[in-house]
Design a protein around this ligand. Structure first.
Ligand SMILES: [Zn+2]
Length: 277
């Protein structure tokens, strides 16, 4: 089945991963800006990272027939340094016009600190002013519920951003309902250990339905699986769900969310031929 991985950090993955993903049916990835595993020494480090995302990484993906889209921001971990964050936020508009940029992300909270909230709001201000889509990282484990509540409150207080133009990512059983009821899209991250397994994600689709729901691998430099979305497809088929429901979660939903970005253009290989009478 053709699928989209709407959250994966391909700069941390090998070219062999691109090949295995293409063989498994991946036609599009979206890559949020994130923490490199160490704090960058200054704003110019982010300029290089944004160049990597919008040029080198996009071309590496396209070489395997996988469309590459990205999101730009300073992540919550480095956002503790507000002065650095402001320099990076000021730089983002330079890159937004380029091909393959979907919006601002993955912004959010990590330890739910005051500085993180300040930088989150300044990213929202940029997104509201430039009419950009927003991808939101929610905190890990013990900080997730409170952080998600804080994020949803800050989004509710920004009337210029339509809830449908925001995806709340890494939702789990105790946060998915809050995000859906606020009118946002949600992403379930399929990790081998923390966050959410393919089986827990399938349970949540059975409980909450497929509307505005996506799944992703969030594959990065840590313990993660770039083929996690096909694992979810496998799990859903094993439970007897029909192909149309599965396709909605792994393909049509991310496409609908991304299509709200006026720069987004995507013609999957084969569709033009299929459309010819
Ligand atoms: Zn991520």
């Amino acid at each position: 089945m053709r699928y989209i991985d709407p959250h994966i950090h391909m700069v941390s993955r090998t070219t062999d991963d691109y090949k295995r993903m293409a063989l498994a049916g991946c036609v599009l990835v979206s890559e949020p800006a994130f923490w490199a595993g160490f704090d960058r020494s200054g704003a110019e480090g982010f300029r290089d990272y944004f160049r990597q995302l919008t040029t080198f990484e996009r071309n590496r993906s396209l070489a395997y027939g996988i469309e590459h889209q990205c999101w730009l921001c300073i992540n919550a971990k480095e956002a503790e340094n507000v002065a650095l964050a402001r320099e990076v936020i000021a730089m983002i508009p330079e890159f937004l016009a380029g091909p393959g940029v979907l919006g601002i992300g993955e912004i959010g909270l990590n330890k739910n600190t005051r500085n993180e909230a300040t930088v989150f709001l300044e990213h929202l201000e940029l997104a509201a002013r430039l009419l950009e889509l927003v991808l939101v990282h929610t905190p890990h484990l013990a900080d997730k519920y409170q952080g998600t509540r804080m994020i949803l409150d800050m989004l509710r207080d920004e009337p210029r951003i339509d809830p449908e133009r925001v995806c709340i990512d890494h939702v789990e059983e105790h946060t998915i309902r809050l995000a859906l009821e606020a009118g946002h899209w949600v992403g379930m991250t399929l990790y081998p250990i923390t966050k959410c397994t393919p089986s827990r994600a399938a349970d949540m689709v059975e409980t909450y339905g497929a509307e505005r729901v996506m799944v992703n691998s969030a594959g990065d430099w840590g313990h993660s699986d770039p083929l996690a979305v096909p694992e979810f497809i496998f799990e859903m088929r094993a439970r007897g769900h029909d192909e149309a429901l599965i396709r909605r979660v792994v393909y049509e939903n991310p496409l609908a969310f991304f299509s709200q970005c006026p720069r987004f253009q995507f013609t999957p290989r084969g569709d033009a031929v299929a459309a010819t009478p």
